[in-house]
Design a protein around this ligand. Sequence first.
Ligand SMILES: [Cu+2]
Length: 241
Amino acid sequence: MQNNQRHFVIAGVLVVVSTFLVYWLLDAVLKLPIQGSGQAFEIDQLFDYHIWLIAFLFSLITVFMLYALVVFRHRADEDEDKEGEYFHGNVRLEIAWTLIPLIFVVFFSFESTRVLINITREDPNEYVINVEGYQWGWNFTYPETGLVTQELVLPANQPIRLDMTSRDVLHNFWVPEFRVKQDLLPGFTPQVLRFTPVETGEYTVVCAELCGLNHTGMNAIVRVVPQDEFAAWMNQQVASR
Ligand SMILES: [Cu+2]
């Protein structure tokens, strides 16, 4: 094997090993909250592709850089005037570093669009709740009964559509466990957010758009409950009005 090729093979193997190591490290450190909505699975898959890509690119750059620094370092017994080989270009390398990123960009565009279409798709069976954000809190209105609450109670495994508006400034509805998030724009037709809660439990809506002094306090409780429990809660709320 030519000496040049040997260097490429060794560095290539090191890039692969390093990619797995960096991925493993990032995966261990960057823990996401539980997957509380049906949409979370596909979104996390996209996150995962990105982590692989980041691990690979990081390894590609650092391994070649460190390899060159160590293997081609100046040695004491070396001729002082010795210079590296001079060359104008390398067609094969240029084709490779154009084609490979192109394939990545096309793949990521395709996958992101596919996921975006999937997670925003209308469901004929969706349950609509109106959301109003304001400085600094949330109102939830159930149009079915006219009930207004400060906590968001959701039936599990039921596709939800939130029609959201803002009373004053920009806000953003975000429940990290559901992964999806959406800005609330004052003065516009309602912004729509769709998701299907799949895990019962208690979560927090946080405002994810800096909106003033008490932005960080702009939270509300979200409770995802079984469907029969949701119906009972709704009846009890309506009866006690
Ligand atoms: Cu806000």
